[in-house]
Design a binder for this molecule. Sequence first.
Ligand SMILES: [Zn+2]
Ligand SMILES: [Zn+2]
Ligand SMILES: [Zn+2]
Length: 85
Amino acid sequence: MCQNVMDGRYHTVCGHFFAMSTRKQDCLRSDCVFSSRHPPGCKSGACNRLMNPPQRNPIRISETRCEGCVMRGPEGVLGRTHITS
Ligand SMILES: [Zn+2]
Ligand SMILES: [Zn+2]
Ligand SMILES: [Zn+2]
C-alpha cells in the first residue's frame, strides 16, 4: 500500500515532530488506486483504497524542546496566559 512519508524535525526532549515536507511513497501495485501504475479508468472494486498511516522520517534530530514547548514555559502548562494590569 502507498503511504505518505513526512520528512521533518524531531525534538527528543518533548517528543514533538514537525513535518517539513511530505512525499508519497508509491507501492507500484497496479491494484492500488493511489499507485501511479494503477490504470486510470479502472472501476474494479477489488483494488486497494486504503493508504497506510503516514510515516515520520526524522531527518533532523533536535535535542531541545520545540518552540511551542519553550513558549509554554518550563512546566509545559497549556493555554495559560497571565494578564497583568
Ligand atoms: Zn499503493
Ligand atoms: Zn483499480
Ligand atoms: Zn514540544
